[in-house]
Write a protein that binds this ligand. Structure first.
Ligand code: SAM
Length: 287
């Protein structure tokens, strides 16, 4: 990460790329027990949260990511009632999940309480549903929470984590996916942010292989734009305990009683399409 002439720059070493945002002011910076968090006011993208030098979200474009982490899984599951979010401390994914009136309970397990407290201050619109009686904010390690949860107790698990380093490393492993599978109901779905299809095929392929090795019946990667992340193109990977993840409740999306800015049935269908190079890369990794 560099800050030069009022530009914040995130360097992506593995991609040989960098992304910059023009900054008006640094609003906050602190080192917590887990990571260094910084908040900036940008010229065009609203407030920006950065953890350990990596962009987490901007006010302008976080809707792509938060909607795509929540709605495809929730509209694929026939009756999602109980949802677990791991990470997600900015509360944007939580807000999207709570838009589903059929959801009865959402627990968000974020390791670093400071992320949520700073989101409440600098990203209040993402935290507007935190007081919903269906929401439970728990601060602790998601890996431990899943290990201690009861069999078949959750319909959807959303892993909205940082990159696979530091406290998030264990969230990208087969033993963790085995535990997730154990605590999911028979029609349960796990969905996890899975980095850039262009730059991080190794991470995506390893995640898919680990999910399959953990016993999931089907695995499906979704693609969507996310301009503040390396390459501007991002993914989430769904794993189904028994469900076919290519069909979804299109009628329910058409009749939904809440607004989305990116997600709709055509976007859901399009996000499932597998680019040719992606398919070829997956085959190569499996060889
Ligand atoms: N959208 C973001 C991205 O991909 O860059 C992620 C946003 S969210 C702020 C990520 C959160 O995951 C962080 O707040 C971090 O503290 C949390 N986290 C990392 N490892 C965790 C773990 N083992 N258990 C719970 N939360 C964890």
């Amino acid at each position: 990460m560099t800050l030069d002439d009022n530009w914040f720059t995130e360097i992506c070493e593995e991609g040989g790329t960098a992304f910059s945002l023009q900054i008006k002011a640094k609003l906050h910076e602190e080192r917590t027990a887990y990571q260094r968090i910084a908040i900036y006011e940008t010229a065009q993208f609203g407030n920006l949260m950065v953890i350990d030098g990596f962009v987490m979200l901007s006010q302008r474009d976080n809707f792509f990511y938060h909607e795509m982490l929540a709605h495809p899984a929730l509209f694929t599951h026939p009756r999602p009632r109980r949802v677990l979010i791991i990470g997600g401390g900015d509360c944007g994914t939580l807000r999207e999940v709570l838009k589903h009136q059929d959801v009865e309970h959402v627990v968000q397990v974020e390791i670093d309480e400071r992320v949520t407290r700073l989101a409440e201050e600098y990203f209040p619109e993402l935290c507007e549903s935190n007081g919903d009686p269906r929401a439970q904010l728990h601060f602790g390690d998601g890996i431990q929470w899943v290990a201690e949860a009861a069999d078949g107790s959750v319909d959807i698990i959303i892993v909205d984590s940082t990159d696979p380093i530091g406290p998030a490393e264990g969230l990208f492993t087969e033993p963790f996916y085995r535990q997730c599978r154990r605590i999911l109901t028979p029609e349960g779905i796990l969905v996890q942010q899975s980095e850039s299809p262009l730059l991080h095929m190794d991470i995506i392929a390893a995640m898919r292989n680990a999910m399959t090795a953990a016993g999931f019946h089907s695995v499906q990667t979704l693609h969507f734009p996310q301009c503040v992340y390396p390459s501007g193109w991002w993914s989430a990977t769904m794993a189904g305990k028994a469900l076919d993840l290519t069909s979804f409740r299109e009628d329910a999306i058409m009749k939904k009683d809440f607004a989305t800015r990116y997600y709709n049935p055509a976007i859901h269908r399009a996000s499932l399409a597998c680019p040719t190079f992606f398919e070829a890369a997956l085959e190569q990794v499996q060889e």
